[in-house]
Structure formats: structure tokens, C-alpha cells
Design a binder for this molecule. Structure first.
Ligand code: ADP
Ligand code: MG
Length: 371
């Protein structure tokens, strides 16, 4: 059996590693011959917009999935004429555009920050009147790791940011700036037969728009009520688009309520802890879901944590020396702001998890160069 994966980044690489354990082969398509997934499966180097090696890519595939949501809709549409593509085109269409996803959340009764489209510079005043200040202006498509967004505090800043982001040429969205207590995410999986499973909510800390650390199960009180709420929201989304595979939804938690920020129709950075901290990882469960296998157990084995390695990584020997830390490097070239690996921590107690995470963060600081 061969699964096709559009994209060969670190998410593809980790999908490939999980596939190997199930005896499933993986074939990636990526624009780079240096794609991090190149050593865990076959790699077809091609252009997603104008593929030239598509027949080579699809040969013998059982189905196709993807590891980034910016796959051109035309390619997915073309592939889905002859092959199952999971998650399906509708889920992708909703998740590719911040306006679509927030509109979907609202339609399903899932609270969000106030939002308004900006289709041209002339829309800025009305959008601000709706969302208020401060606001966050974002490109509707193609943004990631905080790229393509600006926090604005005045109408002047908003007009400048909208112009800078390409208002009129590129569709934008304005959002109310949320003073959240913390950020949490839910990773859910739905199988083709409609069964679902959810991992414990994860607490996520971002800096400069990039995820730095995750902790699960959710520390602090009130976790059970938030878990029920998040699962109810996620179940609605999964059912609405007849979703198949892993879906991540990011929320802002504020005064015990959850505001949905965005969703990712794929395995997600905030679920990396599941590789070492759950009996069945998000990567394996994504494969189980799309292959129609029974879903695996999603409970946390202990207190789990994850520290992203961004820009560069400390010497492997120093990380490997930390008891309770599991190192995952992506075989990428160091570059500022780039996710090059992560360290998972699973510990018998939250206190022990914090000790190990601090030890990892000390190494990250000591290595410098890392941002
Ligand atoms: N409306 C908002 N209010 C407050 N913080 C925000 C808002 N939108 C984004 N952020 C911050 O920026 C981070 C990245 O934004 P996000 O919408 O998740 O885009 P992406 O992850 O695709 O770059 C969020 O995790 C959050 O920390
Ligand atoms: Mg995000």
C-alpha cells in the first residue's frame, strides 16, 4: 500500500515515520529536492501549480493526503477525480481562507473574535468600526507562523498595515485583538466510517506568532469543562464537512470560554507531543483515519510537553543527555524563524515535566543563535 502526501516538510516526515510502523509506504510531492521527508519515503520533486510528474506521483497510490493547507485547490480537484483525497476538498476550501473558516465557525455556533473582510483599502474604516481597536489585520490566505499579519492600535496604523499587506490585490481580514488568558488547541480525528477521537487539550505558548511550547493535558483547573466544550465545537466542524483525518483547531481561552481562531486540516505542531506522550500519535491516527482503520487511543500517558527548536538547535549530545527528553530533528538547514526540530517531554508528574522542559530551554538559550 502506498499513500501519496502533498508536501514533504517535517509534518510529512513524521507521517512517513508513523507509516513505516504500519507497513505503509509513502510517496511525497514537494517543490524541493531537500524536503525533510526525503529520507522516509519516495520524493517526487514537482510544481504544485503546474505539475509535470503527476502520473509518476499517482502511480499505484491507494489515496492522497496533504501535510500543508496551501495545496492548490485545482490540484486536489484534479487528483480527486481518480483517487480519494483526505481531508476532502470542502474541508480544504474552508481551512485555506481565514474568512471562510471564521464564517464556518460562526455558522456552527462556535464563538470567534469579531472579524470583518477587507477587500480593498476603502473597507478599512468599516472593518475597524466592527472589530474595534486594537485589531489584527491578516492576509486571508497563505499565512503561517504569524507571517502576513499585523497588530494595529490606531486607524492610521490599520490603513498602513492594510496597504503593506496588499489591500486591494490580496484579500485581508480584520480581527478583534483578543486579550486571552491562554491559547489552547484540540486535535481531533475522524475516520471514514464517522468515528471520532480527541486528544486532551493542549496549552500553547506563542512568541512572535510562532509556537514555542505545548503542554498536555491542560494544566490548571477547569480542564474537563474546556475539554467538553472544545470537543463539542470540533465535532460540529468534523461532521459539517464530513471530515476524514486529523483536524486541529486553535482557540483563545478567555474567562472560561473558547474563541476559535483557526483550524488546520492536517496534523499540527501542537500535537507533536503525542509521538511520545500518547499511545497512538496524531500521525498514526491520521493514517488510521484516512485508511479506514480503527482509531488508536488518544489519552495522554503522563504529563507531556513539547519545546520547539526554532532557527537552529543545540548540540544533539547535550539534548540527548537530558533524562526524559526525546529529540526530534527535521534534517533542515538552520535559518532564523525556521522550525528545525522539537523536543518532547513525557513525565510522571507536571512538576517533573516543568523541570525537564526548563532543562531543554536552558540548552536552547545556551546555544544562542536560536530564535
Ligand atoms: N485576533 C487575535 N488576537 C490576539 N492574538 C492573536 C490574534 N490573531 C493571532 N494572534 C496571535 O498570533 C498567533 C498566530 O496567529 P494565527 O491566527 O494562529 O496565524 P498562523 O498560526 O496561521 O500564523 C496566534 O497564535 C496568537 O498568538
Ligand atoms: Mg495559528
Amino acid at each position: 500500500m502506498i499513500v501519496g502526501v502533498l508536501g514533504g516538510g517535517q509534518l510529512g516526515r513524521m507521517l512517513g515515520l508513523a507509516a513505516a510502523n504500519l507497513g505503509v509506504r509513502v510517496r511525497f510531492m514537494d517543490t524541493s529536492a531537500e524536503a525533510p521527508a526525503r529520507h522516509v519515503g519516495e520524493l517526487i520533486v514537482d510544481d504544485f501549480d503546474r505539475p509535470r510528474r503527476l502520473s509518476e506521483f499517482v502511480r499505484g497510490l491507494s489515496l492522497v493526503t496533504y501535510e500543508f493547507e496551501n495545496v492548490p485547490a485545482a490540484l486536489v480537484e484534479r487528483l480527486s477525480r481518480t483517487l480519494k483525497v483526505y481531508p476532502g476538498p470542502e474541508a480544504l476550501r474552508q481551512a485555506q481562507d481565514r474568512l471562510n473558516e471564521k464564517t464556518l465557525f460562526s455558522r456552527l455556533g462556535i464563538p470567534t473574535a469579531r472579524f470583518a473582510p477587507i477587500d480593498g483599502p476603502g473597507d478599512v474604516p468599516a472593518a475597524l468600526a466592527h472589530v474595534g481597536l486594537p485589531a489584527v489585520i491578516k492576509t486571508r490566505r497563505l499565512g503561517y507562523d504569524g507571517k502576513g499579519q499585523a497588530l494595529v492600535r490606531t486607524t492610521g496604523q490599520a490603513a498602513a498595515a492594510a496597504a503593506e499587506l496588499g489591500a486591494g490585490r490580496i484579500p485581508l481580514i480584520a480581527e478583534q485583538f483578543v486579550r486571552f488568558d491562554r491559547e489552547v488547541s484540540v486535535i481531533g480525528v475522524r475516520s471514514a466510517d464517522g468515528s471520532t477521537a480527541f486528544y486532551p487539550l493542549t496549552e500553547n505558548v506563542h512568541a512572535a506568532g510562532i509556537l514555542r511550547t505545548s503542554r498536555a493535558p491542560l494544566p490548571g483547573r477547569g480542564a474537563a469543562a474546556l475539554q467538553r466544550l472544545a470537543e463539542r465545537h470540533a465535532r460540529r466542524v468534523l461532521a459539517e464537512v464530513e471530515y476524514v483525518g486529523v483536524l486541529a483547531i486553535e482557540f483563545f481561552e478567555r474567562a472560561g470560554s473558547l474563541l476559535a481562531n483557526e483550524m488546520a486540516p492536517r496534523v499540527h505542531n501542537s500535537g507533536h507531543w503525542t509521538i511520545d506522550g500518547a499511545a497512538c500519535s496524531q500521525f498514526e491516527n491520521h493514517l488510521r483515519g484516512i485508511l479506514g482503520l480503527p482509531l488508536g487511543p488518544t489519552g495522554a500517558l503522563g504529563a507531556a510537553g513539547m519545546v520547539n527548536l526554532i532557527g537552529d538547535w543545540p548540540p544533539l549530545a547535550r539534548l540527548a543527555a537530558i533524562d526524559g527528553a526525546r529529540v526530534h530533528l527535521y534534517d533542515k538547514q538552520p535559518r532564523p524563524g525556521r522550525k528545525v526540530g522539537h523536543v518532547n517531554v513525557s513525565a510522571p508528574s507536571a512538576a517533573q515535566r516543568e523541570r525537564v522542559m526548563r532543562a531543554v530551554e536552558r540548552e536552547v538559550r545556551r546555544a544562542g543563535r536560536i530564535s
